[in-house]
Design a protein around this ligand. Structure first.
Ligand code: F0G
Length: 463
């Protein structure tokens, strides 16, 4: 067993600092803190990550209603600042299932939350805590989705929001959201990890309330992804999924899902054997978690230079690694890195089932395909892939991955002429070209494909 420093055991001892059965515990040294008396994000003594703990953990029959707040028996409040969020679809994807070759495959589409990503689940709880502790300025560093969610939930709660983004590396849809929901947007000449360093400094100086996933309350909201998957998959299949595959950036979701499963086991709602294998996927250009899993590291090594088209997960210092690495290891899961080409291919495949996701989300399906091909995932497994953000978050990436619009003259004849041609000439050629692996070849193939298509059309129009 690889050593892990994190102490993620849920104990039965309720410390005197508990408030209505809720407290914070340090996962490194075990120190406990009152949940809302003072603002803290890490342990006062050892700087370890904090986790929210409860004296009473619910089983499935204690949940009622819908959305995130259906699960309030597992959360610190009855209700939060809500838009509302959660209750996202668990899509069947029959062609993809056949193609990848697993027994069952579902796609949990978190892009169907109010602002188009899973971050809403964290914010509905996090902004409620901000009200509880009495702050008026909320802040986050973000690759985009957190900023969109923070801006919307902050607006809903009547609070000022400040977001720090890596300049030039955030998809258009996300900036548009943060902007319209009245966030103050600061574009930093640096990467996401450097933005987070600054926001942590601001929070430590009392300038703003930090709502990145370092804030343990965010993860409480996000653990409801796991509760929804378990309930719905069981209702449809009479069993729980063997594996959950998810994209990893800061590893907040990985940590949140692991906490969800530990609490369900502790409550007696599921057995340890029924815990799905947590399987993380990163882009090759930003894969410190994969490196840590492959090498048996206790913690991740910070990558200073990160790059991927999946800008949402362009992260080199996953702050939740001490919570997430034990989650991957102890559930029998794994972590895998995929190329940008594999991500784009997967984005097209999911879109081919009618489900539109942003590139980072498609990493889960790309990772599953790779692990299945390598024999790490068996054909008799039942799998849920998490897709974390909506296609419209990154319209540029979608347009690049999809079919090219074809110009046509303003007449029915011209349209008929065009649609008689082999379907979507440019798109098909582009798709085949990108499958033809090596980069230098691709532009040449695309260019010659477009040239042929153009000449063909010209020739036909003269007929
Ligand atoms: N997928 C999407 C679409 C994301 O936006 C993020 C993180 C992740 C996956 C990774 O999730 O951090 O829990 O491992 N986005 C953050 C942001 C960093 O600022 O929007 P994680």
């Amino acid at each position: 067993m690889v050593p892990t420093m994190a102490d993620l055991q849920l104990t039965d001892d309720v410390p005197p600092v508990a408030d209505d059965g809720v407290w914070l515990a340090c996962i490194e040294c075990g120190e406990t803190f009152a949940p809302f008396d003072e603002i803290r994000y890490t342990c006062d003594h050892c700087d370890g990550l904090l986790e929210v703990r409860y004296d009473d953990l619910p089983t499935f029959d204690e949940f009622e209603g819908s959305g995130v707040w259906r699960y309030n028996a597992a959360l610190p409040f009855e209700k939060g600042v809500t838009l509302p969020e959660g209750d996202t679809p668990l899509h069947e994807v029959p062609r993809l299932k056949e193609d990848i070759g697993v027994d069952a495959l579902r796609v949990k589409h978190e892009g169907m939350n109010p602002t188009g990503s899973f971050k809403d689940r964290g914010m509905t709880v996090g902004v409620r805590v901000a009200q509880e502790v009495g702050v008026d300025r909320l802040a986050c560093a973000s690759t985009g989705n957190t900023s969109a969610a923070l801006a919307a939930y902050g607006a809903r709660g009547g609070m000022e929001t400040l977001v720090l983004l890596p300049a030039g590396k955030v998809a258009a849809g996300k900036i548009a959201q943060a902007s319209l929901h009245r966030a103050r947007i600061l574009e930093v000449d640096g990467n996401f990890d450097e933005c987070l360093d600054i926001v942590q400094d601001l929070a430590a100086r009392g300038e703003a309330y930090l709502l990145n996933s370092l804030n343990p309350f965010r993860l409480e909201g996000q653990k409801t992804i796991g509760l929804e998957i378990m309930e719905e998959f069981y209702a449809d299949n009479g069993e729980y999924p063997d594996r959950i595959v998810l994209p990893v950036g800061n590893a907040g979701n990985t940590a949140a899902l692991y906490k969800c499963f530990r609490e369900l086991v502790k409550a007696g709602a599921i057995t340890e054997e029924q815990v799905p294998k947590l399987t993380g996927v990163q882009a090759e250009g930003a894969a410190p978690m994969v490196e840590a899993i492959e090498n048996g590291y206790e913690d991740t090594r910070r990558w200073e230079d990160v790059e991927t088209r999946a800008t949402a997960i362009r992260i080199g210092n996953p702050v939740n690694a001490p919570k997430a690495l034990p989650g991957i290891r102890e559930t029998g899961g794994t972590a895998v890195a995929v190329s940008d080409e594999e991500i784009t291919e997967a984005q097209r495949d999911i879109a081919g089932e009618g489900v539109g996701v942003e590139p980072a989300s498609a990493a889960s399906v790309a990772g599953l395909r790779k692990l299945r091909r390598e024999g790490e995932v068996d054909s008799d497994e039942s799998v849920v892939c998490l897709t974390t953000g909506h296609l419209l978050k990154d319209p540029e990436a979608a347009a690049e991955a999809g079919n090219e619009p074809e110009p046509v003259a303003n007449s029915t004849e011209a349209v008929l002429d065009l649609i008689e041609e082999p379907s979507s000439v440019t798109g098909t050629i582009r798709r085949q070209a990108s499958k033809a692996a090596d980069a230098p070849l691709v532009p040449a193939l695309v260019a010659s494909g477009l040239g042929v298509a153009y000449l063909y059309r010209k020739f036909r129009s003269k007929e």
